[in-house]
Ligand binder design. Structure first.
Ligand code: CA
Length: 441
């Protein structure tokens, strides 16, 4: 049965942190996402909770006794340097912590104005978890069809797509937090003229992919699949993911074993994890399959809920930055239109006995919709480099140029609920020469 909103979701709830009550803030008191921050290089990273433009320092609050009535193992998880211990405890732990923090941050809290908070601008934010494994799905049927049509106009969607949640194993070591510069990768590029050989050099078709990440809470033992009806208990929360892609490297290498160096040079993550609890008011029915589509096999049922989340892509070139021109909205897409739900991704991933671990990242794949205004990659928007996008400066883009800044934004809205956001995932493309210079220094 679907979880119901409780007092922590009440639209009447307000915080003594003024910035948390501003309309359209990503981090009202109804959200309370978790992250990892560092106050200075002299101190270890510690857990934080975003509230408006401030951060709750969980270690400090534990030391001050503000969380004294919580179970001991939960308090131990709160003073860790990553979210993994909290993730491993299960939903009860993050739910109990959420309820306690909601109470302490509410406008009528006895603590009002007296508890220590850190301004978000004063800390460095890190990746929210130690991610041992990263799997990238391909769950948007619109994206799969758009990309398929570019390569196989006669059969855009492969026959397996409606039966099996397609994915590949990504690279966890090159996952970076939002704000980290992305160096343009070099690699073997597909021959431009048929009959010629490949060339090695900087990618000339660098792209982004707008995705949502599902971070795993408790894992499963090797050999013990997670049934679909239990899958949600293993989902800790959501963040934004930019699966950077070098299309010319990818096009040359992907057959027959799938993506490799065209994807593994970097994947960016937003720093705040919005919990499964915070998303309760924004759950919705999963996509209804059109008549004629095959029903999912039994192990992929019940499908679980979709999440009514909007993901946007914004682009700002170096010239736009220099001229003070705001980023340009490139696309806006609905996560609820995915063909496969997070429940089905977890059930499928573990169906062969594969073990998921706390902090593992399952990404949705590029989130695209039916209309071009919802297409979540330049590969789709430029139709594989055939149509240029014109920026406010008159510059044109088919793929990313050095100095471009790509920003993903994600948020949830629903009647009777306060809007919550996932924050930003924003990074700038840096030419490869800069990397050589940095190494020389
Ligand atoms: Ca992807």
């Amino acid at each position: 049965m679907r979880s119901q909103p409780d007092a922590t979701h009440s639209p009447q709830l307000r915080s003594w942190v003024a910035a948390a009550n501003v309309p359209d803030t990503d981090f009202p008191i109804q959200n309370l996402p978790f992250g990892v921050m560092q106050r200075s290089r002299l101190e270890p990273p510690r857990l934080g909770v975003a509230i408006g433009d401030q951060i709750v320092d969980l270690s400090a609050w534990v030391q001050q006794g503000l969380l004294h009535d919580l179970p001991e193992k939960l308090k131990v998880a709160c003073v860790a340097d990553s979210l993994n211990p909290l993730m491993s405890l299960g939903r009860w732990a993050s739910s109990a912590l959420r309820r306690r923090l909601s109470h302490l941050l509410a406008v009528d809290s006895p603590l009002a104005h007296s508890a220590a908070l850190l301004p978000m601008s004063a800390v460095t934010l890190h990746c929210p978890a130690q991610i041992g494994n990263y799997t990238d799905f391909y769950a948007s049927i619109y994206h799969a069809t758009n990309v398929g049509r570019l390569f196989r106009p006669e059969q855009p969607l492969l026959p397996n797509y409606k039966h099996v949640p397609i994915a590949y194993h990504g690279r966890a070591s090159s996952i970076v937090v939002s704000g980290t510069s992305i160096y343009r990768p070099s690699g073997q590029r597909r021959p431009v003229t048929p009959g010629e050989g490949p060339t090695f050099g900087p990618s000339q078709r660098l792209d982004y992919e707008a995705e949502v990440g599902f971070l795993i809470g408790p894992g499963n033992r090797l050999g013990q699949p997670i049934p679909a009806w239990k899958a949600e208990q293993h989902l800790f929360g959501l963040c934004l993911v930019n699966d950077w892609s070098a299309r010319d490297l990818q096009a040359w290498e992907y057959q027959p074993l799938g993506p490799f160096l065209g994807k593994s040079f970097a994947t960016s993550l937003s720093p705040w994890v919005v919990t499964t609890d915070a998303l309760i008011p924004f759950r919705c029915e999963a996509l209804t399959r059109p008549p004629g589509d095959p029903p999912p096999l039994a192990y992929l049922l019940p499908a679980g809920d979709a999440i009514d989340l909007t993901i946007e892509v914004w682009l700002q070139s170096a010239q736009m930055q220099q001229q003070g021109i705001d980023p340009m909205l490139l696309s806006q897409a609905a996560l609820a239109a995915l063909y496969w739900t997070p429940t089905q991704m977890i059930a499928h991933h573990t169906s062969n006995g594969c073990n998921l671990q706390p902090g593992d990242l399952l990404a949705s794949g590029t989130v695209s919709g039916a209309e071009p205004s919802s297409w979540g990659s330049l590969l789709e928007l430029s139709q594989q480099g055939k149509q240029a996008i014109t920026l406010p400066t008159g510059e044109q883009r088919k793929f990313l140029a050095d100095g471009d800044r790509v920003t993903l934004r994600g948020y949830c809205k629903a009647p009777g609920a306060v809007r919550i956001g996932l924050g930003n995932c924003s990074s700038q493309i840096v030419p490869i020469a800069k990397r050589a210079a940095a190494i020389a220094i």
